[in-house]
Write a protein that binds this ligand. Structure first.
Ligand code: ADP
Ligand code: MG
Length: 268
């Protein structure tokens, strides 16, 4: 079943008044159209500045597109009545790159994870405790960690808390915007494994946004390549591609072994 339809999305920022006359601003997104199925992980990959995060923010309802439509579970995201919008907001969550800055440093992990339940549910204190316990368990963190502040956690642990918070309201789709990009290779691998396990267990769909084609290939069922605000091609299941933008992303992948790395850098 189709979960999300993105139709002809365009985004212009009215900026750089000296370079562009009004109505002539450079588009950040142009004619972006795709759909995402329930339980699917769709990768969006592209170089920095290609418009990926803008697209993510538009899908999350943080920003409005200049033109185009977003249909989530058959409901138009921007025209829905506020009650339906609230339902969509539950079902559509996000994990961003810089987990540390997405926490309030004065809150304990318990308070961070309790918040979605305070905002959306009418649970008792005991019920909230139970829910937070379950969330920590889901992301393989100890219950004792609930008393800590986010600054006391490692980068990997912080990102687990972010994932737990995104899971709290049992969403259908999580937008992962460079969610593992700030972690080292080994941590990336463990977080990818965690995300994949959760995807299966909770029938989640992901929109995996990244500049890193290698990580995106590990995660995604399908990959769309973005360049200058446009989707330029879908990389085939067997890894085949034609567009120069895809070639550039392949070239940016470093072989994991230093000896191979040297070989790759040597001119033929
Ligand atoms: P990516 O996530 O692929 O690196 P972004 O979506 O962050 O790309 O940015 C795409 C382009 O849009 C960039 O040129 C950026 O400068 C511009 N941009 C992003 N947000 C804004 C904004 N709020 N105002 C003006 N320009 C913006
Ligand atoms: Mg970005």
């Amino acid at each position: 079943m189709t979960l999300l339809e993105v139709k002809n999305i365009e985004k212009y920022y009215a900026q750089r008044p000296f370079l562009f006359k009004r109505g002539q601003e450079a588009p950040v997104l142009e004619n972006v159209t795709f759909s995402l199925q329930e339980g699917e992980c769709l990768g969006i990959v592209g170089q920095s500045g290609s418009g990926k995060s803008t697209l993510g923010r538009i899908i999350l309802g943080i920003e409005r597109p200049t033109n185009g439509e977003l249909i989530f579970q058959g409901v138009n995201l921007y025209e829905a009545p506020s009650k339906e919008k609230k339902m969509i907001r539950r079902n559509l969550q996000a994990v961003f790159q810089n987990s540390y800055h997405s926490f309030n440093p004065k809150q304990t992990i318990f308070e961070i994870l309790e918040e979605p339940f305070l905002n959306f549910e009418h649970f008792s204190k005991a019920e909230r405790q139970q829910k937070v316990r379950e969330l920590l368990d889901c992301v393989e963190l100890e219950w004792a960690m609930a008393q800590n502040y986010s600054s006391q956690l490692s980068g990997g642990q912080q990102q687990r808390v972010n994932i737990a918070r995104a899971l709290a309201l049992k969403p259908k789709l999580i937008v992962l915007d460079e969610a593992i990009s700030s972690l080292d290779m080994i941590l990336q691998k463990t977080i990818i494994e965690l995300l994949q396990r959760l995807q299966k267990e909770l029938q989640l769909a992901y929109l995996f946004i990244s500049h890193d084609l290698q990580a995106t290939r590990f995660m995604s069922d399908r990959i769309l390549v973005m360049q200058h605000g446009q989707l330029v091609e879908e990389i085939g299941k067997d890894g085949t591609y034609q567009h120069p933008a895809s070639q550039a992303l392949y070239n940016a992948i470093l072989p994991s072994h230093p000896r191979e790395r040297k070989k790759k850098d040597r001119p033929n």
